[in-house]
Design a protein around this ligand. Structure first.
Ligand SMILES: [Zn+2]
Length: 517
């Protein structure tokens, strides 16, 4: 029912006088767009309205609904959390960095592994990809969801939290589960090679699993072993792996961490280009912020977590083991303590640490930054998140503008202050990065969040404005679109996005011209 009382059975809507950004990177063109049911029916200047509802969109841009090709909203898409649709996102790729909410065989261990990234609380976890995808089908209303099988979750289902090579029978079972998941509709496979226990997987395990990915013609996405001092070695490992397994390779959230390493970024881009030119189907993704965010346990050498937090506690109580952990942390340290902020803790007792750097907390508590970090980890049972200032603006610009990059949020929820990318990525890209700084043209930026990820992640019938394609549409004002989300105040809503349609239905709108179904 529309506000004027008419009832339109076929849900035909004619959006008139708009600027179309087609998702393929073509220059904007002025035209009308007719939606019929859940599809785009026609596009062109001066379309006949017939029995369609007409909406004047003078001055507004219509783009395909944005695709967040690297998200950690595996659980939140089921609860229909509004943060993404408010940014114009109508599709998400979840299951990244080795974390997926299935296969679930040992819930306690899967929760210990995944809660910090997936923001799980209480009971969650599905036995198989088909069980999870069924839950998505039944409950996820705001986004189409494509799911990757996480290597960490897969390994835990078969081998628990223990580290190191697995038995042949276990590896064969992992191959079987991965193969089943891909056959059931999972989009690909992801690794998180900085997170235990996946970080302990030898090359042979990864080759075997990537061969399953290649056989099913799916995609392999990787959070590599290193993004700082050993960035190039980590990248070479992944390129070599993709070559051996002959699978599609997506380097997740490419960035170069630490001032002394910033010079490596251009070399990483050269290596990606030359791998591509020699036949490896490689691309990468990146988010439009210089800061990153993850769990505080990432400061530790990952062997220190073998056996979980109780074992970490034992190691830190042992003077020799503690010295070795401290030494390895400091050897790898590329940040200043003032660059690392606590973004979330679990208990009220440490809530005052949220939003402060380890340098600040250390001064307040009169203790060393390392001791502060260890105490937080033990008091919070490992449930601490951090935000780190990692990259240079120059490298960020090079990565965002590179023809092989897709732009993503990498957003995840925390009990505290999330990284602003969770609420702000897409309006930040189109407002600050594109319009204000001029790093990309608007058609290019839109291509990197629509047509390009749709092709990369095999989302048929999405990502372009084209007759016969799904009517997933984001309507915005290019002069006012902006993110209001900041590091200090990350949960403020963006501005300038007027309406978001998914499959022909307005699911979110900030303008009376677009009635929400
Ligand atoms: Zn990651």
């Amino acid at each position: 029912m529309w506000e004027d009382g008419s009832f339109i059975m076929a849900n035909k809507i004619l959006l008139q006088n708009t600027w179309l950004a087609d998702g393929a990177g073509s220059p904007l063109r002025q035209a009308d767009l007719l939606m019929e049911g859940n599809l785009i029916a026609e596009m062109g200047p001066g379309l006949e309205s017939g029995d369609a509802k007409q909406i004047d969109c003078q001055g507004l841009v219509i783009a395909p609904g944005f695709i967040d090709a690297h998200s950690h909203s595996d659980l939140q898409v089921l609860y229909n959390k509004p943060e993404k649709i408010r940014q114009g996102v109508t599709s998400e790729v979840v299951g990244n960095c080795g974390f997926s909410p299935y296969p679930n065989a040992h819930a306690g261990e899967l929760h210990e592994f995944g809660n910090g990234i997936l923001y799980g609380d209480g009971e969650w976890g599905w036995k198989s990809a088909s069980d999870y995808l069924l839950a998505i089908h039944e409950h996820a209303k705001l986004a189409s969801v494509a799911s990757l099988v996480g290597h960490g979750s897969l390994r835990i289902a078969h081998a628990g939290l223990t580290q190191g090579p697995v038995e042949e029978a276990t590896l064969a079972a992992m191959e079987g589960t991965l193969d089943d998941a891909l056959a059931q509709g999972a989009t690909g496979f992801s690794t998180g090679l900085m997170y235990a226990p996946g970080s302990s997987a030898p090359r042979e395990e990864l080759v075997r699993l990537c061969k399953v990915v290649a056989k099913r013609d799916k995609i392999y996405c990787t959070h590599m072993r290193d993004y700082s001092t050993n960035l190039l070695e980590a990248l070479d490992e992944q390129i070599d792996l993709a070559r051996s397994a002959e699978c599609k390779l997506q380097i997740s959230h490419l960035q170069t961490v630490g001032r002394d390493n910033w010079k490596l970024n251009a070399l990483a881009l050269e290596r990606i280009e030359s791998a591509r030119n020699s036949g490896v189907d490689i691309m990468f993704d990146c988010y439009p912020y210089v800061a990153g965010s993850t769990v505080l346990t990432q400061l530790l050498p990952q062997w220190a977590l073998d056996g979980g937090i109780p074992k970490l506690s034992e190691r830190l109580s042992d003077a020799g083991a503690r010295r070795e952990i401290e030494k390895q942390i400091m050897d790898k340290m590329v940040h200043e303590w003032s660059d690392i902020f606590i973004s979330a803790v679990d208990s009220q007792a440490n809530a005052s640490a949220v939003g402060k750097s380890l340098a600040e907390i250390s001064a307040e508590r009169g203790d060393s930054p390392l001791n502060v970090a260890f105490r937080l980890l033990l008091e919070e049972q490992g449930k601490v998140n951090m935000l780190q200032f990692n990259q240079s603006e120059e490298n960020l610009r090079a990565n965002l503008a590179h023809p092989l990059s897709i732009i993503i949020s990498d957003g995840f929820y925390v009990k505290g202050k999330p990284h602003p990318r969770l609420h702000g990525t897409f309006p930040e890209l189109l407002g600050n990065v594109c319009r204000d700084k001029g790093w990309l043209t608007l058609p290019d930026a839109i291509h990197k969040v629509t047509g390009s990820p749709a092709a990369r992640f095999a989302m048929k019938g999405r990502g372009l404005l084209k007759p016969g394609y799904r009517a997933d549409l984001t309507i915005f004002d290019q002069s006012t679109i902006r993110s209001n989300s900041t590091y200090k105040d990350p949960e403020l809503d963006p501005a300038g996005i007027l309406a978001v349609f998914r499959e022909g239905k307005a699911l979110w709108a900030d303008d009376p011209r677009f009635p929400v179904n």
